[in-house]
Ligand binder design. Sequence first.
Ligand code: 5MM
Length: 342
Amino acid sequence: MAAEELQEIARAIVADGKGILAADESSGTIKKRFDSIDVESTEETRRAYRELLFTTEGVEDYISGVILYDETIRQKASDGTPFSRLLQSKGIIPGIKVDTGAKPLAHAEGETVTEGLDGLRERLAEYHELGARFAKWRAVISIGEEIPSEYCIWVNAHALARYAALAQEAGLVPIVEPEVLMDGEHTIDRSFEVTSRTLHAVFTELRDQRVQPEGILLKPNMVLPGYESSSQVPDDEIANETVRCFLRHVPAAVPGVVFLSGGQSEEEATRRLNAMNAIGPHPWKLSFSYGRALQATALKAWQGKEENVEAAQQGYYHRAKMNGAATTGTYVPELERETVTA
Ligand code: 5MM
């Protein structure tokens, strides 16, 4: 596809005040989320929950794209409208997760490689037919005493680039997600070092495999201490270190960086994104592609009950609005107390 068309999609996704809802939980992950609210995970409960999110009135003011899972892109709203068409009708761009998950990496205890390249060209063509205009592939890098190995970083970077090249060929903007996990006892310096090595490998492979940087979006972790670390740091340090790391590795030609939340609380994810934008301008837009940090309140409010749909939608709308403000550095905690109604 022409480079300009990919760029146009990427730019629309990171338009001021907007970001992505990651609703591409695989069946195993959504089951874990539903277990936390004691709701059985069936095709119908998953459909009903996604319908709740996608039909939230007014959320399109803050959400430019939604990442879907294979099952979800084939599902319909209660009135028979396919989810991808429903999103398009609200001006939201449908996207699709195309990896098939992180699997144990041979000869590398505790490390994984993300799979899904077999038949990917054909799957991408089908997803384009189904309305997707961007794709997502997540590589997982864990921090431990002896890991990550260079072997793990480079095989994952290689696969990310192979995916990204195929996605661009199919007319889908690849969201490139090398997630350095936030679990562990490591310091922020160690997170910086591992994120730096990972981004170096990813952008080397992307370049070697002829991926156009103007037509991708990067979905990374923020640089912060591990959750079990005894040395926690303030938000402005997380913002400074994350931006400093990206300035070293992410080409200015990349239109946007859309962060994952990775288990941060909803407000932490908002505050830290805001802190980064408050020290801008940066060469790229800094926005969000949150799963848990957009859905936690909504999921808890829903509890699988029809009568809670409105409360759940209000929770989701509110987080989308808060993160929308964070993309322009205009979020202040006082906004949390504003009415949460759409
Ligand atoms: C929504 O979760 C996504 C899919 O995860 P699985 O393949 O493990 O089911 C995940 O890739 C997500 O898009 C990112 O991790 C961002 O979500 P969070 O919750 O970290 O913001």
